[in-house]
Design a protein around this ligand. Structure first.
Ligand code: ZN
Length: 62
């Protein structure tokens, strides 16, 4: 089961192929190469990467 690397919540909504949204901390997650990529949705709708906040171990799919 996938969980949010930011808040450890499992309350994730699927929004696309390999794309999820965390309802707890409101970040977008995408899965590629067995790693979870994290993005913050800005006010203008663009995405900025949060990946540098987490190490690879935290972002690994279990
Ligand atoms: Zn979260």
């Amino acid at each position: 089961m996938m969980k949010c690397p930011n808040c450890q919540s499992k309350d994730l909504g699927k929004i696309g192929i390999n794309q999820y949204y965390c309802w707890n901390c409101f970040i977008e997650l995408s899965v590629g190469n067995r790693l979870i990529h994290t993005h913050q949705v800005e006010e203008d709708g663009s995405l900025s990467s949060l990946d540098d906040l987490f190490n690879e171990q935290e972002r690994k799919l279990s």
